[in-house]
Ligand binder design. Structure first.
Ligand code: COA
Length: 260
């Protein structure tokens, strides 16, 4: 039997989802996309999960793109369906009500960068290379790359990455705002553990409020975004965690959040 396209492991409240096709540099075929969709649906629903870390198996790649062998035989209708499937998976990840960290351990190309950009935080090893090389295949990005890259780093860098198709270093990706942090490859796990542990201890309903407000704000006018922020802010006063956080501050003790 073929290996499962993903591995899913819990470390306390932190769920690690690993794309597991290292011999194909974790390329995203249909089966892997469907497995990612199910895994993120479950991670969103299970209350015990507070944070998700998404990464790729093996030493070389986070995800080296959509599966080129599979795409090679597609008709236009199948191509559109493949794009819609990929976009739906990215959307599910982006809209997950809990933080998702991309642990970029190597190549994040094409669909791999699109996958990383759907996550909420991106930490890259200094050895990682990222890019949108679809142009070299006579293609364009199909899992949201032309839109999310534009929103992350602006028109000049987006057009450079898309038109030229050349991968860039993790250091340049940091300069452009595509990743949040770059660390030495052998320090990647320690940093991801540190970030995910902090997020797992944070107030889950407030994390969700932040994710919602930033997401909505990215898709509407400033006036509408501000209205939405106020509504979310007000909602926090219905939570026990807000009482706990403010009481703990006043009592000079660490807060213990309960997701209530
Ligand atoms: N889809 C399908 N298979 C892929 C793949 C992809 N996106 N990326 C890599 N692979 C496969 C290779 O075909 C190879 O399989 P094989 O051993 O059965 O021949 C295996 O993964 C290892 O890749 P290889 O190219 O031999 O590794 P490398 O170290 O020489 O090069 C890359 C690494 C990332 C530079 C190169 O694999 C590459 O350019 N991949 C495609 C990147 C891309 O265009 N992504 C966007 C797709 S839309």
């Amino acid at each position: 039997m073929a290996d499962a396209p993903l591995t899913v492991v819990d470390d306390g409240a932190i769920r690690w989802i690993t794309v597991n096709r290292p011999d194909k540099l974790n390329a995203l075929n249909r089966e892997t996309l469907e497995a990612l969709d199910s895994a993120f649906l479950a991670a969103g629903q299970e209350e015990s999960v507070r944070v998700v870390v998404l990464t790729g198996a093996g030493p070389k790649a986070f995800v080296a793109g959509a599966d080129i062998a599979e795409m090679n035989g597609l008709t236009p209708v199948q191509g559109r369906d493949f794009s819609l499937l990929g976009q739906a998976v990215m959307r599910r990840i982006e809209r997950l009500p809990k933080p998702v960290i991309a642990r970029i351990n190597g190549f994040a190309l094409g669909g791999g960068l699109e996958l990383a950009m759907a996550c909420h935080l991106r930490v890259a090893a200094d050895s990682a290379r990222v890019g949108q090389p679809e142009i070299n295949l006579g293609l364009i990005p199909g899992f949201g790359g032309s839109q999310r890259l534009l929103r992350l780093c602006g028109r000049a860098a987006t057009l450079e990455l898309l038109l030229l198709g050349a991968p860039i270093t993790a250091a340049r990706a940091l300069q452009l705002g595509i990743v949040n942090e770059v660390v030495a490859a052998d320090a990647l796990d320690a940093r991801v553990n540190e970030l995910s542990t902090q997020l797992a201890r944070s107030a889950p309903l407030a994390l969700r409020g932040i994710l919602d407000a930033v997401h909505v704000g990215g898709e509407c006018t400033l006036a509408d975004g501000l209205e939405y922020e106020s509504a979310q802010f007000g909602l926090m006063f219905a939570t026990e965690d807000m009482r706990e956080g403010t009481s703990a501050f006043l009592a000079r003790r660490p807060p213990v959040f309960q997701n209530r």
